[in-house]
Design a protein around this ligand. Structure first.
Ligand code: SAH
Length: 352
């Protein structure tokens, strides 16, 4: 007997790319089929990258009919690609007409993609272009995965590193983020090593606690951007909900529990957080933690007033931290020419 188990995400039929390997095994068991079919399906959809379930020549018709009833298999196609020497920016149209962007960076260690996790963002960081548009919705797991696959298909090359630092706050879309990691890490899917995946959050403490229990060794980056509540409250509204002492406390717990290092991202904003005092305060704040500070020269945008710190100021800030023997780097800059740099991604419809 052919039985359909229909999965819906809101009103939308689930994509096959929303399914974890375990989820697919359960699906087949419920259908009275061998769970091994999950292996076959993963090989077809991630290995051979078929565009129709009918192409699965080693799967019987009744099962294919079920899959067709229960899932879609559509891909994301970029509607616009801007290409620079080491960076490409991709604009995607989603099924409901919303738009997101992804950025591909060519490093000496391989290709790295920066993907979006939401349409818009509710965190409201004052310096960030992506946050000017309120969150419209979370991205489905499939929409995150298909960003990677679409770019691989554009370049005919494999992507080895993924950062979840595009539009959105991934810890505000935590369940889909977890499924996303589980799937892209799976050897029969994209086989991206968990240590090659980095997630960045503005500091949603309850989710950092949950992330501690997450059984994948994904790198954690924290958008810190200020050494005191006084400054952080002014530029990052999330700090009023989860202030710095609590954030640092939970990160210490995270480092202790997972034995992993945390990355702090720190944008240098002229006259806001780039003084000698700020550098010293920052060192005091993270003293003794297994961490690494990534200083980010601010990318100015037309719509926002903050300015980039001068080169000398950035070097001075760097030197103070270095002298205190804390790991620090200045982020290499990518993508400014095509507005693909950090904080410049957006999802407004006037983009095309
Ligand atoms: N919401 C998550 C993920 C976005 S990551 C987070 O806050 O971490 C995007 C990174 O780029 C964050 O560190 C963000 O603070 C930074 N960013 C935002 N606007 C920027 C800008 N104009 N120049 C440089 N970095 C920026």
């Amino acid at each position: 007997m052919v039985r359909a188990i229909i999965f819906y995400v809101g009103d939308i039929v689930k994509s096959i790319y929303d399914m974890t390997f375990r989820g697919l095994e359960e699906y087949f068991l419920k259908l009275g089929e061998k769970k091994y079919k999950a292996v076959q399906v993963f090989e077809w959809i991630y290995g051979k990258r078929i565009s129709s379930f009918d192409e699965m020549s080693n799967i019987k018709k009744s099962v294919i009919d079920n899959l067709k009833k229960d899932f879609t298999i559509g891909k994301l196609k970029p509607v616009k690609v801007e290409r620079d020497e080491l960076v490409n920016k991709y604009l995607f149209n989603l099924e409901d007409g919303e738009r997101i962007e992804s950025v591909l960076m060519r490093h000496d260690y391989g290709l790295s993609i920066c993907i979006s996790s939401q349409v818009g963002c509710n965190m409201g960081c004052k310096f960030c272009e992506s946050g000017r548009l309120k969150k419209v919705r979370n991205l489905k797991t499939s929409e995150m995965i298909l960003q990677i696959m679409a770019v691989e298909e554009d370049l005919h090359e494999r992507i080895s590193h993924v950062v979840i630092m595009g539009i959105g706050e991934p810890f505000d879309n935590f369940d889909n983020f977890k499924d996303f990691v589980e799937i892209i890490n799976h050897p029969k899917a994209l086989a991206i090593g968990s240590r090659h995946i980095t997630v960045s959050t503005c500091g949603i403490i309850p989710k950092i606690k949950e992330f501690m229990e997450f059984p994948y060794q994904v790198n954690l980056a924290i958008s810190l951007h200020a050494p005191s509540d006084e400054i952080r409250n002014k530029i990052m509204p999330i700090n009023k909900v989860y202030p710095l002492d609590q954030l640092i406390q939970v990160l210490k717990e995270y480092i202790k529990t997972t034995n992993r290092r945390v990355t702090f991202e720190y944008i240098l904003l002229k006259g806001v957080n780039d003084s000698i005092e700020c550098a010293n305060e920052l060192c005091d704040l993270v003293r003794g933690m297994n961490c690494y500070i990534n200083l980010i020269p601010y990318n100015e945008t037309n719509n926002i007033d903050f300015k980039r710190s001068k080169k000398d100021t950035i070097s001075r800030f760097y030197d103070i931290i270095k002298k205190r023997k804390i790991n620090v780097t200045i982020r290499r800059e990518f993508g400014g020419n095509i507005s693909a740099a950090c904080g410049q991604l957006r999802s407004e419809k006037e983009d095309l």
